[in-house]
Design a protein around this ligand. Structure first.
Ligand code: ADP
Ligand code: MG
Length: 618
């Protein structure tokens, strides 16, 4: 039954509660809805103001937060109490960000490099989740004020390269702000939706989404088919954006006017003024050929040509990233059907021209680049609200997911680039008689040995009733939901004991780290294969030794004297081989032992033996 509510402000009846779309950006955030009458997505704005809410939180001396435009004015004037770019800290440990620690003008706590970061303001501490929740609360209030109705449900966007921890942190921030987060959607996917891409069930297209924001750049290659979005690759530079264009202009003026960095450090108000003028100039030059202004009695001016000269190297960097994204997706520029421009900085004509030249076709820039992600989120929200039932949105896993098996091997359950949501199950068994518990260690990465991958979680399946090794059947299941959050379940099928865990890894992986892990797996692939084969042979050898020993002690009477002697010799030979690094030798000794033991094993084959002889154990 559909819920019907009454809008208190207007007295009109309304349908079930609206789900809003939120772009929680590094620089700016905003909220959008599907207009109930026009059915078109619109960004919400207070009368006569911008739809953009700067993603900045300022704390006054009592620790009360203010968000947005007002907070922005304190960037240079009260830097220690003015938190910008909290999104960069989501799901990160201090270790993750220490190389860029200089970027943050406020205090990021570094006393424990392994745990998640906090920000210190006066004597208060805030997690990035709390900081983001202040921004989300502001957006929620804005929406409620404009719509005159409670808003409790939202779709929130995140960069395509965000990992589980960062997505979960975003979800938690929503919860903290009083929002039920219906779905986390990738920003490039949302932007494509705003252009109507993927909204027809039979549409097939390959899309490049170029997103140049305030402080970050990323490019994603997406493929749509049958209403399904797949992220083929992502690339970018997490410290390159519009701020760098502002800085280029500032430096240009400083050189011309003989102003040094030291001067600016001495006078924060001066620095603020100059930065604001630089941003004003940059925006002006997106639609004019020159800019000139008065600054403390001096004339600051710059032409479009001068500006373009300054930023050419920065644009070139983004184009290099586009090349790498294409290579990762195993595509060439001519295979891209549509290029979608996202982020305020794509208003710079030189940026559009460079992107268009690289891909060899005009770019799509008809939708406001500041709003396009939020508008797409609103479309997704509308789909979730059941107003558009024809399709679903899929993403893929950036790295393989698996568990540790005997000998420290990585057993992959969900391969890299698998489509999500997904669910995969596999059976394992014990390797020790009477083993009452089994440790399930979950890893992410492409290497064959778990020690080279990244541990996400670990838990014990306990209460397995005493059974001979190889007899318990433990089904391990990986479920990844549409938000990319992993749930691991383990169940012993004979007894029914079960245990599950939601994986909220403590540390985020940056896209560089993901890249590094992939690179490592390539460079080490050959060595990894050799190691894996050796570990597997050793594990098999050890199991066979254990099983044979057990068999003989139980069934001595079934064996002749010569069988006993031969078996002991073969076991000793195998034992010796296990101490050496030679897989082939181990295998041949296993074969020899098998040859000798086969006849009597067949005589008294029991399930435990056969169970242990095959199948992986943990
Ligand atoms: P984010 O996604 O990182 O939150 P946005 O997409 O909101 O960022 O982009 C913000 C950036 O866009 C700022 O650096 C801003 O100066 C820049 N910007 C906005 N309008 C223009 C314009 N007309 N010309 C050039 N840059 C612009
Ligand atoms: Mg953005």
């Amino acid at each position: 039954m559909a819920k019907i509510g009454i809008n208190i402000a207007t007295g009109s009846l309304q349908q079930a509660e609206m789900i809003v779309g939120i772009d929680l950006g590094t620089t700016n955030s905003l909220v959008a809805i599907i207009h109930p009458e026009t059915k078109q997505p619109v960004a919400l704005r207070e009368f006569n103001t911008s739809s953009l809410v700067p993603s900045i939180v300022h704390f006054d001396e009592f620790g009360n937060p203010t968000v947005g435009e007002v907070a922005r004015q304190f960037l240079e004037l009260d830097p220690q109490r003015t938190i910008f770019s909290a999104k960069r800290l989501m799901g990160k440990s201090y270790k993750d960000i220490q190389d860029n620690a200089g970027y943050f003008a406020y205090k990021v706590i570094d006393d424990n490099t392994e745990s998640l970061v906090k920000v210190q303001v006066g004597d208060q501490f805030f997690s990035p989740i709390e900081l983001s929740s202040f921004i989300l609360k502001e957006l929620k209030q804005r929406a409620e004020h404009i719509l005159k109705t409670p808003v409790t449900k939202a779709v929130i966007t995140v960069p395509a390269y965000f990992n589980d921890a960062q997505r979960q942190a975003t979800r938690d921030a929503g919860k903290l702000a009083g929002l039920d987060v219906m779905r986390i959607v990738n920003e490039p996917t949302a932007a494509s939706l705003a252009y109507g891409l993927g909204l027809k069930a039979d549409q097939e297209a390959t899309i490049a989404v170029y997103d140049l924001g305030g402080g970050t750049f990323d490019v994603s290659i997406l493929q749509i088919s049958n209403g399904i979005f797949e992220v083929l690759s992502t690339n970018g530079d997490t410290y390159l954006g519009g701020d760098d264009l502002d800085r280029a202009i500032m430096q240009f003026w400083m050189q011309a006017g003989g102003i040094t960095m030291e001067d600016l450090k001495q006078h924060q108000a001066l620095a603020q003024g100059l930065r604001l003028k630089a941003e004003e100039a940059k925006k002006h030059l997106s639609s004019h050929d020159r800019f000139s202004t008065d600054w403390n009695g001096e004339v600051l001016s710059i032409t479009k040509t001068e500006f373009e000269g300054l930023i050419a190297p920065l644009i070139a960097k983004t184009i290099d990233c586009c090349g790498r994204a294409l290579a990762d997706a195993k595509l060439t520029a001519d295979k891209i059907d549509t290029i979608v421009m996202v982020g305020g900085s794509t208003r710079v004509p030189a940026v559009k021209e460079a992107v268009s030249a690289f891909f060899g076709k005009p770019v799509n820039d008809s939708v406001n680049p500041d709003e396009v992600v939020a508008l797409g989120a609103a479309i997704q929200a509308d789909i979730l609200a059941g107003n558009n039932k024809d399709f679903l949105l899929l993403d893929i896993t950036p790295l393989s997911l698996g568990i540790e098996t005997m000998g420290g091997l990585m057993d992959v359950l969900v391969p890299r680039n698998a489509k999500i949501p997904t669910s995969v199950g596999r059976q394992y068994t014990t390797h020790v008689d009477g083993q009452g518990s089994m440790r399930i260690s979950v890893y992410q990465g492409e290497r064959d040995l778990v020690k080279d991958n990244r541990k996400l979680a670990e838990f014990n399946l306990t209460g397995i009733p005493g059974m001979p090794a190889g007899l318990p059947k433990v089904e391990v299941q990986f479920l990844i939901d549409a938000d990319g959050i992993l749930i691991v379940k383990a169940k012993e099928l004979r007894s029914g004991v079960e245990q599950s865990i939601e994986v909220k890894p403590q540390f985020g992986l940056t896209d560089e780290e993901v890249e590094q892990m992939l690179l490592d797996s390539l460079t080490n692939a050959k060595q990894d294969m050799v190691t894996r084969a050796l570990v597997e042979a050793r594990t098999e050898g050890e199991q066979i030794l254990a099983v044979t020993e057990k068999f003989i002690s139980k069934n001595q009477s079934l064996l002749t004297q010569s069988e006993l002697v031969d078996t002991a010799a073969a076991m000793q030979a195998l034992q010796m081989a296990l101490t050496m690094e030679d897989k082939n030798l181990i295998q041949s000794k296993i074969e020899e032992l098998n040859e000798i033991s086969r006849p009597f094993a067949e005589r008294a084959m029991d399930q435990a033996v056969s169970g242990a002889l095959k199948g992986k154990s943990i």
